[in-house]
Design a protein around this ligand. Sequence first.
Ligand SMILES: Nc1ncnc2c1ncn2[C@@H]1O[C@H](COP(=O)(O)OP(=O)(O)OP(=O)(O)O)[C@@H](O)[C@H]1O
Ligand SMILES: [Mg+2]
Length: 280
Amino acid sequence: MVPIIKFEDVSFTYANAQRPALQNINLTINQGDWVAVIGHNGSGKSTFAKLINYLLVPSTGNITVAGVPVDMEHVNEVRDLVGMVFQNPDNQFVGATVADDVAFGLENRQVPRSEMLKIVPEALERVGMEQYASREPARLSGGQKQRVAIASVLAIEPKILILDEATSMLDPKGRREMIALVRELKASLGDDLTVLSITHDIDEAAQADQVVVINDGELVEVNAPEVVFANAQTLTDLGLAVPFAEQLKAKLAERGIAVPNTYQTTEGMVDWIWQLYSKK
Ligand SMILES: Nc1ncnc2c1ncn2[C@@H]1O[C@H](COP(=O)(O)OP(=O)(O)OP(=O)(O)O)[C@@H](O)[C@H]1O
Ligand SMILES: [Mg+2]
């Protein structure tokens, strides 16, 4: 396993803030992993993300991405490695058309026009938006806008894709489609892409390889989703939602039914119930 993001004793305090937004964070994320970051509102998730591409500078401690120190001297290199997509797609568009928007980051990096003409359609194709190249970004649906935002980031071939609540403004279908898209990208790019997804959507987090739990600026847990989500009490104590399947299991257990003691997805739970039912 190759470390791609490394936090060493990182703390961060906003100017004029009473207390640090993040405190003594030590964390290594491995290349190719899909990592979900969860925590209640104001726990420090976005601060964590912004430190990774030097939108914020640690008060103390060190961060590296792919071995490159995240500091003033390496900021351009770091931003080529880390692409970020935010919650509100409308704030991310700079181009008059979808294609212009995807080309923008390439222009900034002085990529020759002949290469741009290849890269832009490829990036749009990756997110299934190739037919929308000449459309106006403002007139797309929320889910389509987020796809374009991802294409713009993919065009610069980042090693790390950070999604900061990038699905939160989407309807359930749009959300499922975005998660499916991330899955597809992971499947085709493999270890070349590390995904860090900050989310309040428990079902999205449950599909990640690792879940990072942040609470009041501190790192509480880093574990596989089945481990994190099996502990309903801890989640509740941290003000986090308990996955539907876990809630259901708890209710069934209250009625004296022997339930699986490992984490189940909703689909896993449906299968289990069918089996139980068919045994009766
Ligand atoms: N620009 C800022 N100046 C001062 N304090 C800030 C600033 N941005 C965030 N904070 C504070 O830092 C803490 C962490 O904020 P952050 O945005 O990282 O939380 P979050 O986990 O992303 O929350 P959410 O789930 O609501 O997006 C909060 O207490 C917040 O009020
Ligand atoms: Mg946030």
